[in-house]
Design a protein around this ligand. Structure first.
Ligand code: PMV
Length: 316
């Protein structure tokens, strides 16, 4: 039996601008995980089977054409990277991470699948190679991912990420409370990412300064996180959200949740991930966490949870 798991992730600052080589900050969310378990087939000779009950998938690899199914395509990409034929195993995939909501479910599932597949053919990936391969699987769904999702999920560390530069992990000097609230609206990443691309190409003179300002506030946020100056992050989140609105990736539902959090006493709030739906995050203290969670539920959030960033146990 071979087992692997990988966390969800939250982008704290810098989504979208990160596609244009600005920095972004993301942290793993170790309490929400994708898991994979591979076991030899009995009787042998059945080939690779992928069973993902949460995704409603039961797949006999080799029987279905790989392009039929996104998970099969991911498995095919991983096997090509290993350079091995499909092993004679059944892989069971499970995930607590909501799909298409900006929490990195796709990258986490690819990560665990790549970990168990490479181990099943006795050629386990190094972390560095795994990160490259998971990036390739992200390309299938997103087109032009920056690489932030695979990096934070594979390494399971807070990262300060700049496209094409060596990975920098960051130290969270002082843990801080976030509440994460889901609009309940599925939003596939590539649509808002493509719309920002169109805006950028139509009006680079208007969009470039927005992207640069996001980069500037990400650098300030890094200093605050590493210096333990948490209250500074609130206004930086609010400004980041306003700039994401200008990039047209917020939505009425996200804006309502952001306003509700601020009204309930949060220090700051913003959408997190690709936007248009998915999740928002809000910075709270131990005194305001309950009131903010309640306000978000009252405002119609589909799912609300609190997390203490910087104190999570890391387990692989
Ligand atoms: O996968 P999501 O929804 O968290 O969005 C990824 C973040 C973007 O910056 C919008 C896209 C990217 O490739 O970095």
């Amino acid at each position: 039996m071979i087992e692997a798991s990988a966390p969800a992730k939250i982008i704290l600052f810098g989504e979208h601008a990160v596609v244009y080589s600005q920095p972004a900050i993301a942290v793993p969310l170790s309490s929400l995980r994708a898991k994979a378990r591979a076991a030899a087939n009995h009787p042998p000779g059945q080939g690779l089977r992928l069973v993902a009950p949460d995704l409603g998938i039961a797949l006999e690899f080799g029987k279905q054409p790989a392009l039929d199914n996104p998970l099969a395509e991911v498995a095919q990409t991983i096997l090509s990277a290993i350079g091995a034929p499909p092993p004679d195993v059944t892989i069971q995939l499970n995930s607590d991470i909501p799909l298409a909501s900006g929490l990195g479910s796709g990258a986490a599932i690819s990560t665990v699948l790549a970990r168990v597949l490479s181990a099943a053919v006795s050629q386990p990936f190094t972390q560095e190679r795994l990160n490259e391969v998971v990036y390739q699987t992200e390309v299938i769904h997103h087109g032009t991912p920056s690489g932030i999702d695979n990096t934070v999920i594979v390494y399971e560390q807070p990262v300060y990420f700049v496209r094409d530069l060596p990975i920098e992990t960051i130290h969270i000097a002082q843990p801080f409370h976030l509440v994460v609230a889901d609009t309940g609206i599925h939003s596939p990443t590539r649509i808002p990412v493509g719309d920002v691309r169109k805006l950028y190409e139509a009006e680079p003179g208007k969009i470039s300064p927005i992207l640069s300002e996001i980069g500037h506030l990400v650098r300030q946020a890094r200093q605050a996180i590493e210096g333990g100056n948490i209250p500074v992050l609130g206004p930086l989140m609010n400004r980041n959200h306003a700039l994401l609105q200008q990039l047209t990736v917020s939505s009425p539902e996200l804006d309502r949740l952001v306003a509700a959090a601020i009204n309930a006493g949060a220090l700051g709030a913003k959408l997190s991930g690709a936007g248009r739906g998915g999740n928002m995050i809000t910075l709270v203290t131990s005194d305001t966490v309950k009131a903010v969670e309640e306000a978000l539920k009252q405002t119609g959030a589909a799912r609300v949870f609190a997390t203490l960033v910087g104190s999570q146990d890391v387990h692989h």
